[in-house]
Write a protein that binds this ligand. Structure first.
Ligand code: NAD
Length: 294
């Protein structure tokens, strides 16, 4: 871990125009956070319906700010206007930094990263919000791996202060400095970490989910486990947290962690997350996970 001291980012050119790929749970949150802290952002997805979900999420968060008296409606309209939805990479010619936040699948991510790279201006920084996939591995899809690093936000983006900035084998100091500067401009606390599956936080979080799944296999009641962890003092228990994260996302991330750390992260047979995934119970995103959300 590298502490990000004051001034580390000072040599970096500020990000004037950002872009996010994917308008899902994380993409919508990144768009809201960037726009509300003053950096305009393009939001790209594969269809209008997906883009609308991202815009709805940003609108919901802004409405909350207005209701609580923290923002007036003029400012709200201004922030919303600085999130520009698009289906077209042709709009990326003046983008300084991209946050890729599409599904947690290395092949999909590599294809998307390689495609967007061809549309960016010289010197633009490309980042991935992957939860677990190696940055050095994703960089093999790129012509300029030096301009690429991880920028890992946590969910929900507007509430979670930490951002992991991940240095791949070929990442340049300029790319790290610019990403750190953008994270700070978004009001976040960046830490610079070296590359490995799960980086830092998910190397702690995924063994915790694994422990939870093992308890369920032993016959524990998931709601009871959640109540216990809340009494322990955590804001939510593991079942509810998995519903927030997305069971599909956790399932894909679990596979990456098991491959990266076979001695520690592999489990025999199906666990609770595998079962929920098979039944397409993806959590809050489709209103059914461990809990039901209607
Ligand atoms: P999500 O399923 O909510 O959203 C993914 C979005 O990507 C969808 O809108 C989908 O239409 C879009 N997409 C798919 N292919 C695309 C393409 N080719 N171009 C543009 N958009 C495309 O997923 P999410 O939870 O927002 O996760 C996104 C990324 O962020 C993943 O890598 C995940 O691991 C990471 N992440 C997730 C969390 C979390 O708690 N959910 C936390 C940190 C990081």
């Amino acid at each position: 871990i590298k502490k990000v001291s004051k001034g580390f980012e000072s040599k970096a050119e500020p990000v004037k125009q950002a872009a996010v790929l994917g308008a899902g749970i994380m993409g919508g949150g990144v768009a809201y956070q960037s726009a509300s802290k003053g950096t305009p952002i393009l939001m790209k997805d594969i269809n209008e319906a997906a883009l609308q979900l991202g815009l709805d999420e940003a609108t919901k968060l802004l409405n909350k700010q207005v209701t609580r008296g923290r923002m007036d409606t003029t400012k709200m309209a201004q922030v919303l206007n600085s999130i520009r939805p698009t289906l077209n990479y042709g709009d990326f010619s003046n983008v300084d930094l991209v946050v890729e936040a599409v599904v947690e699948n290395p092949n999909v991510k590599k294809a998307v990263l390689a495609e967007v790279e061809g549309h960016l201006p010289e010197g633009a920084v490309l980042t991935s919000n992957t939860s677990t996939i190696s940055i050095t591995d994703l960089a093999t899809a790129l012509k300029k791996p030096e301009n690429f690093c991880g920028m890992h936000f946590f969910n929900p983006v507007h509430l979670m202060p930490l951002v992991e900035v991940i240095r791949g084998e070929k990442t340049s100091e300029e790319a790290i400095a610019r990403t750190v500067a953008y994270a700070k401009a978004m009001g976040k606390t960046p830490i610079v970490v070296n590359d490995c599956p799960g980086f830092l936080v998910n190397r702690i979080l995924f063994p915790y989910f694994g422990g939870f799944s093992a308890l369920i296999s032993d016959g524990a009641d998931f709601q009871q486990v959640d109540r216990v962890m809340e009494r322990f003092g955590w804001p939510m228990g593991p079942a509810y947290l998995l519903d927030v994260v997305g069971i599909d996302t956790a399932h894909h991330a679990d596979a990456v962690m098991a491959e990266g750390f076979p001695d520690r992260m592999q489990h025999e047979g199906e666990n609770a997350v595998d079962c929920m995934f098979k039944q397409e119970r993806f959590g809050q995103k489709n209103n059914k996970g461990f809990y039901r959300y209607e």
